[in-house]
Write a protein that binds this ligand. Structure first.
Ligand code: NI
Ligand code: MN
Length: 227
């Protein structure tokens, strides 16, 4: 049993869990920090947190090539399904036992319009309990919200949170999120893809580790964390 989280830059994550390959918000083409092209991305399941172009990204193209099932909120799943892709719709607060584990969609404070202007429902984050009982929370794009405390009460092994500011939490609120989530390990994402969200993740890591007993893992694009 093993779990491996890979950061592909921006909010794009790969998760290999007990033989299953998941991609979250697969944004490769047009992502200046992506270490590989969409043509080389592998997936059994693709999770989309909200409708923005830097999150829907290459999901449809990768799903078409690999046969992956797309999991998202009902509105985005319907939009993807119309393009001939296999989908599994869920919604916020709802969990489902997939082959790779129990996946619950969580609250996120953000927008969700799809690239063609279609309504993308409400944005979400992901809380996954793997088949070997590990819990990982991928907040994806969100502002700080107090109910992160409820997510933290589940007992998180890993939390993945944005620190880029401007469109999502910045470093100060991300530190407050760490207090609420109380994960064993936190991984910062959604920063420095463009100048508008430039941040120093190592400075943030130092702050978090000085103020809390929580470990920060700063990944470079393409790097992985085992948990
Ligand atoms: Ni967004
Ligand atoms: Mn984004």
């Amino acid at each position: 049993m093993s779990n491996q989280l890979t950061w592909y830059g921006h909010a794009t994550l790969g998760l290999q869990t007990n033989g299953y390959k998941l991609l979250i918000d697969p944004f490769f083409e047009g992502n200046p920090s992506a270490p590989l092209s969409a043509d080389n991305a592998e997936a059994d399941f693709i999770l989309i947190s909200h409708g923005h172009g830097d999150h829907v990204g290459d999901a449809v193209a990768i799903a078409r090539r690999t046969g992956a099932t797309v999991i998202s909120n009902f509105e985005i799943a319907s939009w993807v399904e119309k393009q001939g892709i296999k989908v599994h719709p869920q919604h916020i607060g709802g969990g489902f036992k997939h082959p790779f584990g129990y996946l619950k969609l969580t609250l996120a404070l953000h927008g969700s319009a799809l690239p063609d202007g279609s309504y993308g429902g409400n944005p979400c984050g992901f809380l996954l309990t793997t088949n070997d009982g590990k819990k990982i929370y991928a907040a994806q794009d969100t502002g700080l919200f107090g109910d992160m405390k409820l997510i933290g009460e589940e007992g998180l092994d890993v939390a993945v949170i944005p620190i880029g500011d401007n469109f999502t939490m910045g470093p100060d609120d991300a530190l407050r999120a760490v207090y609420l989530l109380q994960p064993k390990v936190v991984v910062p994402i959604h920063y420095s893809t463009w100048d508008l969200i430039a941040q120093d993740p190592h400075a943030w890591a130092q702050r978090v580790e000085q103020e809390t007993n929580i470990k920060v893992v700063v990944l470079s694009p393409g790097e992985s964390l085992e948990f």
